[in-house]
Design a protein around this ligand. Structure first.
Ligand SMILES: [Zn+2]
Length: 198
């Protein structure tokens, strides 16, 4: 059976998420989510669903209802942090979770940090747990990523760097592929080379 993955770009539409001047979290989350989607579609056997592919307003319940109705194998929510820190962190629910949830966080977190940490001097803020709605209300294993701080100058410089967004998105995709044990596509697709690793 082909695994089903739901990718959730945080915020959207009337909900901008965190803001710094003209920069809005909802746009960064969509860019990263679309790049993760394209990377996986080009390289791995997986059935992909996105809670939104455009600048659309969605409640948290709509996001988790969608994933639950799809009977997804895994749910990933993409966010940008705010509040004056720096770096990258991942979250799983702080309630009872199964081993798959814990293992997947370890794999995705380590895959991203091993690549992005040294290459871009991104601080590892750690593997965390919290009572976030989308983590609690999804019936499948779920993770939420906080990808740098929109209101910290060095972090924002990376977020507006296309190469960084590409590298980050590819490593998130690679982490997901390993966590879900996805099979590689045998025939390389002759398009979207921009999403390939350098
Ligand atoms: Zn957010």
């Amino acid at each position: 059976m082909t695994k089903k993955l739901v990718i959730d770009p945080g915020h959207g539409g009337s909900d901008s998420g965190a803001v710094n001047g003209s920069y809005q979290e909802k746009n960064f989350t969509l860019d990263i989510a679309l790049a993760v989607h394209d990377y996986l579609q080009n390289h791995y056997m997986v059935e992909l669903f996105m809670t939104r592919k455009t600048d659309k307003t969605l409640s948290l319940k709509q996001r988790t209802d969608y994933a639950n109705q799809k009977q997804a194998d895994y749910f990933i929510s993409i966010h940008i942090n705010a509040g004056g820190g720096t770096g990258w962190e991942s979250y799983i629910w702080n309630g009872p979770v199964n081993q798959t949830t814990i293992d997947a966080q370890n794999i995705i977190h380590n895959t991203v940090m091993n690549e992005i940490g040294p290459k871009y001097q991104v601080k590892d803020r750690g593997k965390k747990r919290a009572d976030f709605y989308v983590l609690r209300e999804t019936i499948m294993p779920a993770i939420l990523l906080e990808n740098l701080f929109i209101d910290t100058t060095n972090d924002l410089h990376l977020l507006i760097d296309n190469q960084f967004i590409t590298d980050l998105s590819c490593t998130i995709g690679e982490g997901l592929a390993q966590a879900l044990s996805l099979d590689k596509k045998t025939l390389p697709k002759d398009q979207d080379h921009t999403q390939d690793r350098p």
